[in-house]
Design a protein around this ligand. Structure first.
Ligand SMILES: C[S@@+](CC[C@H](N)C(=O)[O-])C[C@H]1O[C@@H](n2cnc3c(N)ncnc32)[C@H](O)[C@@H]1O
Length: 292
């Protein structure tokens, strides 16, 4: 990931969420304000990505898109809806437990920090400079009168591993905090992920709740693994954390995190399929974890 480029993986997450939530059953999982947010995000994307907004309004285009996506990487589409939906459920549970600060790592075009800024949370987003600037301009343009998250630019690399946790940081170390790493660690080398986990543990007085996704690529059939990696490479990004779920769990626990919840693709799929009556699958090897 370069610091001066728009993240296409982040853009396609927004596009896929936008496309699927044209369908009422999927739309019912989210507040209207969230649906509107992604509509605006896709509208605001640079050409030709913004054209998805127009085309995905047509039923036949969506069917074609879903068919081709399911052929290349089955479950990719529904896993986007699933992670956006389940992360929200986890945050709402943590809210009842007094958590009032959210830090989103590699925020991309995600709405969480903005959405929870309207609900009394202090929210922060961290992303590479280009993305952070883009997001800030987007919020200024479309939500001039709303509370905004604090958008911090940081391109984390093996040479620059520091999170914005210095003495002048506006992130309150004493507040009960939720850290979101959704589709983020996968793009970083193992040492860097380890260092980030260590910094998180050191900075906060109370252990924060870490909500993270993980893709265990070893659980995918070879041709789908290839599709996944190639798809990411085609848009100029790269998956770097090639850990199975046991290794990923160990990475968390060896850095002092206790895993409180873990959802796998089957559990998520059966709950979601039952809830909204879809027969779309969820990407094999996809996990959502909450650790403290
Ligand atoms: C796959 S996108 C996920 C976006 C968002 N979390 C979501 O799930 O909708 C990955 C995001 O991480 C950011 N990112 C990737 N590598 C990064 C790095 N080394 N430092 C900071 N941000 C990075 C990208 O710019 C991008 O916005």
């Amino acid at each position: 990931m370069k610091s001066d480029q728009l993240s296409k993986t982040a853009a396609f997450i927004a596009i896929k969420l936008y496309g699927l939530t044209r369908i009422p059953a999927f739309q019912s999982l989210f507040d209207d304000s969230v649906i509107k947010f992604y509509d605006r995000v896709v509208q605001n994307l640079p050409f030709p990505l913004n054209y998805y907004r127009y085309w995905l309004k047509f039923n036949w285009v969506r069917r074609l898109y879903i068919w081709s996506e399911e052929l290349l990487l089955p479950g990719d589409l529904l896993h986007i809806i699933a992670r956006k939906y389940y992360i929200r459920q986890l945050i709402n549970e943590l809210k009842d437990d007094g958590y009032r600060q959210i830090v989103v790592l590699g925020a991309g075009f995600d709405d969480l920090a903005f959405t929870y800024s309207q609900k009394g949370f202090s929210c922060f987003e961290i992303d590479v400079p280009h993305m952070a600037k883009y997001k800030q301009q987007f919020l200024n343009k479309h939500y001039p009168d709303s509370n905004h998250p604090d958008t911090i630019n940081a391109h984390l690399t093996n040479n620059q591993q520091k999170l914005p946790f210095g003495s002048s940081s506006t992130i309150n170390r004493d507040k009960k905090t939720i850290i979101i790493a959704e589709g983020f660690f996968d793009y970083l080398q193992t040492d860097l992920v380890e260092n980030i986990l260590h910094q998180i543990k050191q900075y906060f007085s109370d252990s924060p709740a870490l909500i993270s996704t993980h893709f265990a690529l070893d659980e995918l059939p070879l041709h789908h693994r290839w599709s996944f990696k190639t798809g990411v490479k085609t848009v100029g990004e790269e998956l770097k954390l090639h850990y199975n779920i046991t290794q990923f769990r160990k990475l968390l626990t060896s850095n002092g995190f206790i895993i409180k919840k873990q959802f796998d693709h089957q559990t998520i799929a059966s709950k979601l399929q039952q809830k909204i009556g879809t027969d779309l699958p969820i990407l094999q090897g996809f996990y959502l974890l909450m650790s403290k």
